[in-house]
Design a protein around this ligand. Structure first.
Ligand code: SF4
Length: 511
């Protein structure tokens, strides 16, 4: 008989069941960053993030409510996810984002499967909404930045860079006094405007392709555009602290990110509430000093906020993509006046010329709204002529969406829906011809391409991007000849030659 005494394993405490959370993120990259922050908070709280709705105990739908079609998509997605609760494994359904700011009560009243709602300023509530109990005390934030409610705006540049003081912009204060942020007309919206901003200590689970990440540098908007309800949904303009953005970029770069896209409703106002002049240019200059980063770009610019210093910064720095996305919304002075934006085709053509002179290889993107109330045939023809002359590299056209709560909602002379659609098609046809012609000029030219992965259509083609392509918005670039490479690495850069040009898309070979 063996002298060895058989050992009996002591009873082990049963591991607590990990809650699996599935996320659907709709809308713009700003919403995607909010989803990444919520996923980070949940993961830090002990939850597991799953990409399969069928496996999730909790499903979160982060919604968009910018225009009617976005609202419809949000509602359809909530209903689709609700089926995982009634017929599948999910125990909880949480709705987050812009739709909550707009229809907080209606969502809960009309969709009984929804267990909790989380507004755009309440991201930290996601743990409670998902029923995640955080046992350990969350690590205290070691952020060196203190947000003060008031303070002098007259700081020197170096003071402002170091200081944590954030003050309301006079522009925003005036707009607030004029009722720009009022949600009085909206049933069920809470009166408090969102005021949340994440910082470099906030955990994030990146949902973007390898090597690429967004950084939200500002939230909210103080502009008065009469068609837009984003200020009511997202609150007043506020910038992330300068060093917080740099610290986050450094952390992302150390983790393998090579392309950073700075986002905000209007990134060109960055830092004004911190007392910074040319804050975006200063930020880009510092980000370009981070060795590991290869490309830095920003979305979106407000037309009259593009300064000479910003153009010089882009032109003189290889790492800053020669790319500007400036949504102009229209070209007719009377429509722009009614949109509460101002300017017009003549002023825009001059500033486009200035931009192209300052940055020779500039890629210029814009977007327009057609069918704004009162837009006459003549206004539309002025817009068409402007598009023909300006020759944008990329252009988006939106059909006017009459949003309750926007000041344009009260305007008369609404353009009939069929006419709006006809104008949208006509403008896109003009742009298609311009794009086709300009894409042909790229044949035979070489560019650095960031490889993203096999295309959805076939493994024989890979998708990639040049610095002319912002993530997710612009036309596609396909690599069909890998040169000496047996396989490509997602997130790696390859030198490519353009071999085919289509209306919007390009085909390239690795050289
Ligand atoms: S600048 Fe953009 S986000 Fe701000 S109000 Fe105008 S359209 Fe809306």
């Amino acid at each position: 008989m063996s002298s060895e005494t058989p050992t009996i394993a002591p009873p082990q405490p049963k591991p607590a069941q990990t809650t699996k959370v599935g996320f659907v993120s709709l809308g713009c990259p700003k919403n995607l960053v909010d989803s990444e922050v919520m996923m980070g908070l949940l993961q830090r709280g002990g939850a597991e993030i799953t990409s399969h709705a069928g496996e999730a105990d909790v499903i979160v739908v982060n919604t968009c409510s910018f225009i009617d079609t976005a609202k419809q998509e949000s509602v359809n997605t909530i209903l689709e996810m609700a089926r995982h609760k009634t017929e599948g494994r999910a125990k909880k359904l949480v709705v987050a984002g812009c739709l909550v700011e707009r229809y907080r009560e209606e969502i809960q009243k009309n969709i009984p499967e929804v267990d909790a709602v989380v507004g755009t300023g309440e991201l930290e509530q996601i743990l409670a909404a998902a029923g995640i109990e955080v046992t350990g005390k969350a690590a205290p934030s070691d952020s060196p930045f203190v947000i003060l409610k008031s303070g002098s705006t007259a700081l020197s540049e170096s003071q402002a860079l170091k200081s944590g003081t954030r003050a309301a912009r006079p522009e925003g204060q005036a707009r607030e006094a004029a009722g720009r942020f009022s949600r009085g007309e909206w049933d069920g919206a809470i009166a408090d405007l969102p005021n949340y901003l994440y910082d470099e200590t906030t955990p994030r689970v990146l949902a973007t392709p390898k090597a690429s990440a967004y950084i939200k540098i500002a939230e909210g908007c103080d502009h008065p555009c009469s068609f837009c309800i984003i200020p009511q949904l997202r609150g007043k303009f506020r910038s992330r602290h300068f060093e917080s953005v740099i610290a986050e970029a450094r952390r992302l770069a150390a983790g393998g990110v090579r392309e950073i896209t700075l986002i905000g409703q209007d990134t060109t106002c960055y830092g004004e509430d911190l007392g910074l002049k040319d804050g975006l240019a200063l930020l880009l200059e510092r980000l370009a000093e981070i060795d590991e980063l290869r490309w830095v770009r920003f979305l979106y610019a407000y037309p009259n906020k593009i300064t000479g210093r910003l153009l010089e910064t882009i032109a003189s720095n290889d790492k800053i993509c020669s790319y500007i996305d400036v949504p102009l919304q229209h070209a007719s002075p009377s429509v722009l006046k009614s949109m509460k934006r101002g300017a017009g085709s003549e002023i825009f053509l001059k500033s486009i010329e200035k931009m192209r002179r300052a940055i020779p290889n500039l890629t210029l993107r814009t977007s327009f709204i057609v069918g704004f109330p009162g837009e006459t045939e003549r206004d539309f023809l002025e817009l068409c002529a402007f598009v023909g002359e300006a020759e944008f590299d990329w252009l988006g056209v939106f059909s006017y969406s009459d949003e309750e709560g926007s000041s344009a909602h009260h305007l008369e002379a609404k353009v009939p829906r069929r006419e709006i659609e006809a104008r949208r098609r006509k403008l896109m046809a003009i742009q298609r011809r311009i794009s086709k012609r300009n894409k042909r000029k790229l044949l035979g030219r070489q560019f650095d391409v960031l490889a993203l992965g096999p295309s959805d259509e076939t493994d024989l083609l890979w998708e990639g991007r040049t610095e002319m392509h912002a993530p997710e918005i612009d036309g596609k670039l396909f690599i069909n000849d890998f040169g000496d490479h047996e396989a490509l690495v997602p997130g790696a850069f390859y030198r490519c030659e353009i071999t085919e040009a289509h209306d919007y898309d390009l085909v390239a070979r690795i050289v």
